[in-house]
Design a protein around this ligand. Sequence first.
Ligand code: MLT
Length: 390
Amino acid sequence: MTKTRVAARLRALPPYLFARIDELKQEQIKKGVDVIDLGIGDPDLPTPPHIVAALQEAAARGEHHRYPSYAGMLALRRAAADFCRARFGIELDPSSEVLALIGSKEGIAHLPVALVDPGDVVLCPDPGYPVYATGTRFMGGEVYPMPLRRERGFLPDLGAIPADVAARAKLLWINYPNNPTAALAPRGFYEELIAFARKHDIIVASDLAYSEMYFDDEPPPSILEIPGAREVAIEFHSLSKTYNMTGWRVGFAAGNRELVGALGKVKTNVDSGVFEAVQAAAIAALSGDQACVEEMRRVYRERREVLCGGLAAAGFDVLTPRASFYCLIANPPGFTSLEYAGKLLEEAGVVATPATGFGNGGEGFVRLTLCADKARLEEAVRRLRGLGKT
Ligand code: MLT
C-alpha cells in the first residue's frame, strides 16, 4: 500500500493566498493583458540608499560571513530597543526582551510552536493575516475567529467571546494598523484587551507591521505602552513596509521576556539567524535619519488621494485608510468578494485581493493596495470607473 506523502495538515490547507493570486495574475499577463497589480502589500519603491550602502559595506567584510548569533547581533537588538524608546517611550532590555526575526512573518508563524499545544484555543481576527490561523493549525490548535465588523470600527468584540472559549484560550492575535481593513485601535481598546487577557490568563500577540504607515492621526501606539502589557504581550515589528525592505527579510519581536525567550528557543532549533550584513542594514534603518519614513508617508498620502479619492468620486463605497496602505472597496450587490476580484482582474486587468482570503469575515469587500505609482493608480481608477460603481 502506498503511503500519502504530504502530511494531513498540509493537504487540508488551500494554496497560500498571495501565491494563488500571483498565478491568476500570471495567466492574464500571458494573455497580453497590461495588469495593474494592487494585490499584495509589497512596496514598489526602493529601499533608501543609506540602508543599501550599509548592507554593501557589511557584506564585503568577512567577519559577517559566518553563522550569525541566533537572537540577532546585540547591536541590532540595541537599535531596536532605542527605536522603540524614541517612538513609543518604552524601555526594553535588548538582551532578553528583543529578538531578531527573518521578517515578522517568520516569528508570527513560529510563535505557536512555542506556545500552542494540541487543542489549545487561539483567538484570531477575522478577517486577519492568514499566518495567525495557519500557524495555530499546524500545531493542532483550535482557531476561534473574532469577527471584525465595519460597524465596530473593525475592532473585535471581546465581550462576545464566550466564557468557556476565553477559559480555554491560550493566545490572542491583534494587528493595528490592521491588514486588511486599515483600521486603527485606540489606546482604550488596548487597555480593555490587556484587562481581558490578564483576567483570562491569555497571551496577546500584537502584529505591529504597519506602525509607521499612518497619515492623519497621532502615531499608532505599541501595546507595550499600556500598563500591565509587559506581563502578557509580545509584539512583532517589521522593517518591510516602513523602509521598503520586504525582500530583505528582517524584523524583530519585543515584549515579555519569557515569551521572547520561548520564541528564541524555537528559532535556535529551526534557523540560524539573519545574515549579519542584513542586520547591519537594519541597524542603519532603525538608527539612521527617519526622513525616509516621512517621505514614505507623503508618497502614500498622495497615492491614497488618487486611488481612494478617485474611486469615492466615482461613487464607489471605498474605505479610505488612515493608516497602512490597504483600501477596502465594498462589492457591488450580487457579487461575492471572490467573484468581484475575478471581475476586476478579467475585465479591468486590476489585481485586487478578495478580503475573504483573510477569512470569512472579509466577505463583502475586496482589497486594493497603494503599491503602484500615481499614473498607474489613475489608470486603475479609470478602468474601474469603466466597470461601473459598486
Ligand atoms: C499583504 O499583502 O497582506 C501582505 O503584504 C502580506 C505580507 O506582509 O506577508
